[in-house]
Design a protein around this ligand. Structure first.
Ligand code: ADP
Ligand code: MG
Length: 688
């Protein structure tokens, strides 16, 4: 049947989007394909249609149970024969699905990658090989990705027995390095690569430097102002913490029909908030990034980030929810230098220093040691904090440096863990740098994204509607502009005179030397950056982001050049400069951010002190650990992959009795709730 007829008949669509047709043809012809297109572009069709065209079963590997259930339901609603097998389903259901698979009664079988490690399962698949294999969310296979999972890494070996079916790998978030890694890891180096569709022509992107304490009022102003021209509503405001979502929502309620959304709220409230937003009863949602997955609301006019996002990939995904209807929409980022510090703090917590992993690796040996003994053995002069130890052990295990059995006894693994861990850690730290570069980057915002994702199919023209293309600060903030204070004026004079007296010819200025040469009297880093931005916006200087390769690493640096207007500027011109969107003086800002960091450090130190108490396990902790061990044995994975000790302690302490309450426990997300929620509650209730 011709592709277009199949499209209409099976999916009810009357035309292909973008290059769906090209991709479908390649896949139907049996070629391996890597497809990178943004969320919502219609990637699923690119395996579903060719799967039907090829006949037989398409095996779909996807990492998230919620996504699997959603996709299966959609296909079933179209009358297609789709089923799923994963740990959230009962044995009977799985058995029935296997039978249907073997009898050739399925078009699509969805599984999570770990299923291929379950003894007997690959053998079952081999009895009737799939005719197509789709690996969704394929960035999880890359050792650089933060979602990197060992089960994905083993995919290529495990899929070998199911070949010669073609493999199509799909993802929305892969930079060129990750793209290469995916095809390498999957063993499909000759795959046709389609990387496209990243340009959004109707989203105007703006970036403003604004202190956390002023973000609510900035949001109000943005939404109020845009309402006068064309409506800025409905809007999503993303905040970095649950607390911040509540605070901003509280302020915005006075002006708009507002609701708050984060993973700590009961599922029923979240569903309710989402439903009210979808039906137009709520105009503004203030949410953490937990909100938006699978949200199909076409008329969102504004997406505001009230804080620096953690990665460009995530950020692009989030702003992509604006203007799906094709009408004008805005994406506005409010950030300040202090946000970087918050991210650095999370980074140190989530990616422990390699030295700590090395210490643990050295302490491990061929004969298995209980986890706690290993921790004691691994410590040098200083004791390793339990939370950091658990994180480090998990990373070491993920990268093959240790083997951990379900009982959490640990034995030594292969020494090459260090290479992949370092890579992953560097990649993560670089992705934070990319966000900083983005916020400071003086060029077209949309072009920055296209370059970032390696979308070469695009002709690469500036967007014409972002803050840089339209010449600096937007109207939202012009009225908030203030003149520079005395310190800032002398800072500008200093920067200009240093550029005139020679550094200009040096051209290449590294991050550190930029500060020391242009900022000799040590303004705060945030204050200094603000001034550079003001000068760049006035076209007194140009800042370009550049890079070169050294020892296989890409070194990023900024090149700062004095332009004619800066060269001829006089002190009265400096007096006329305005800081377009910053609130408060540079001094106030630096001070505030320092205080915040000190405070957050104090809190975590206090927490650590509590965690390090060698207290005896309560009966709830004991029970949960017993249950966890049974689960871990059943699945053949280390116990901490089921639940970490920290989450067990939190569960024991807050003793939730409903699925909703369960979600309020710190460390419990929707996935865990879905997978083990009932069992955990049963476990806790048996104590009463
Ligand atoms: P992705 O996986 O790229 O994020 P999906 O495959 O989930 O995106 O598709 C997003 C939406 O677009 C779905 O609702 C899908 O039904 C719809 N869609 C995909 N292709 C077409 C098409 N050719 N015509 C109309 N709608 C389409
Ligand atoms: Mg998808």
């Amino acid at each position: 049947m011709p592709a277009l007829r199949l499209l209409l008949k099976k999916f009810g669509f009357d035309s292909f989007r973008l290059s769906q047709e090209d991709v479908c043809r390649c896949v139907a012809d049996g070629q391996d394909v890597l497809l990178v297109m943004p969320t919502g572009a219609g990637k699923s069709l690119c395996y579903q249609l060719p799967g039907l065209a090829r006949g037989g079963v398409t095996l779909v590997i996807s990492p998230l149970l919620a996504l699997i259930d959603d996709q299966v339901a959609k296909l079933q609603a179209r009358g297609l024969r789709a089923e799923q097998i994963h740990s959230g389903r009962s044995r009977e259901e799985s058995r029935a699905t296997c039978l249907r698979y073997l009898h050739g009664e399925l078009d699509f079988l969805f599984i999570a990658p770990e299923r291929l490690g379950v003894p007997g399962f690959p053998e079952m698949l081999q009895k009737r090989k799939p005719t197509l294999i789709a690996v969704d969310e394929a960035h999880c296979i890359s050792q650089w990705g933060h979602d990197f999972r060992p089960d994905y890494r083993r995919l290529s070996a495990r899929l070998a027995g199911l070949r010669p079916a073609p493999i199509v790998a799909l993802t929305a978030t892969a930079t060129p390095v990750v793209q290469q890694d995916i095809v390498q890891q999957l063993g499909i180096p000759a795959a046709r690569q389609f990387i496209q569709g990243f340009r959004r022509t109707n989203i105007s992107i703006q970036v403003h430097e604004i202190l956390p304490s002023h973000r609510s009022s900035a949001c109000t102003k943005i939404l109020n102002e845009s309402e006068k021209k064309t409506s800025g509503l409905p809007a999503i405001i993303y905040a970095t913490t649950r607390k911040a979502t509540e605070e901003i929502a509280f302020d915005l309620q006075k002006h708009f029909r507002t609701a708050c959304y984060h993973a700590g709220m009961p599922a029923t409230s979240r569903d309710d908030v989402q439903a009210r937003f979808m039906s137009g009863k709520v105009d503004v949602i203030v949410a953490t990034v937990a909100f938006g997955m699978g949200i199909d609301k076409a008329n969102i006019r504004t997406v505001i980030h009230a804080g620096m996002p953690g990665s460009i990939e995530g950020y692009y995904q989030e702003i992509g929810r604006a203007g799906r209807d094709g009408l004008p929409a805005s994406a506005i980022l409010l950030y300040s230098f202090a946000d970087t510090k918050t991210h650095e703090f999370f980074f140190e917590r989530d990616y422990p220093k390699p030295e700590i992993l090395r210490q643990i690796f050295k302490a491990a040996s061929k004969s298995p040691l209980p986890k706690d003994d290993l921790r004691k053995k691994a410590r040098k002069s200083e004791k390793i904090d339990t939370e950091i130890f658990d994180k480090a052990l998990e990373k070491l295990w993920l990268h093959g440096g240790v083997q951990v059995d379900p009982e959490e006894t640990v034995s030594i693994g292969a020494p090459d863990w260090e290479r992949t861990y370092q890579k992953q850690r560097q990649h993560r730290s670089r992705s934070l740098e990319h966000v900083t570069h983005f916020s400071r980057n003086p060029g077209c915002r949309m072009l920055f994204f296209l370059n970032h994702f390696g979308d070469k199919a695009d002709a690469l023209g500036p967007c014409g509607i972002c803050d840089h293309c339209t010449g600096g600060a937007s109207s939202h903030f012009r009225s908030m502009a203030r003149p520079l204070d005395q310190n800032e004026r002398s800072g500008v004079a200093m920067i200009l005179s240093n550029l005139i007296s020679g550094s200009r010819s040096a051209g290449k200025l590294f991050e550190e030397s930029t500060s020391s040469r242009l900022n000799p009297n040590r303004m705060s880093r945030g204050g200094f950056e603000t001034l550079l931005n003001v000068l760049a916006q006035q076209k007194w200087i140009s800042i370009t982001q550049q890079s070169f390769e050294k020892d296989e690493k890409t070194i990023q640096y900024r090149s700062i050049e004095l332009l004619h207007r800066g060269e001829i500027a006089k002190s009265e011109d400096i007096g006329k400069l305005q800081i377009a969107s910053a609130f408060g003086s540079a001094a106030e800002k630096a001070d505030l951010s320092k205080k915040r960091i000190r405070k957050s450090r104090r809190i975590t130190q206090a927490k650590r002190a509590i965690n390090d108490q060698p207290g005896t396990d309560s009966s709830a902790v004991k029970r949960l650990k017993e249950w966890r061990l049974a689960k871990a044995r059943e699945r053949g994975i280390p116990a901490f992959r089921i639940l970490t000790d920290r989450v067990i302690e939190a569960l024991a302490e807050s003793a939730p009795s409903t699925l909703d309450q369960l979600l309020e426990v710190s460390g419990v997300g929707a996935n865990l709730q879905k997978k083990y929620g009932r069992e955990i509650l049963r476990c806790l209730s048996q104590l009463l």
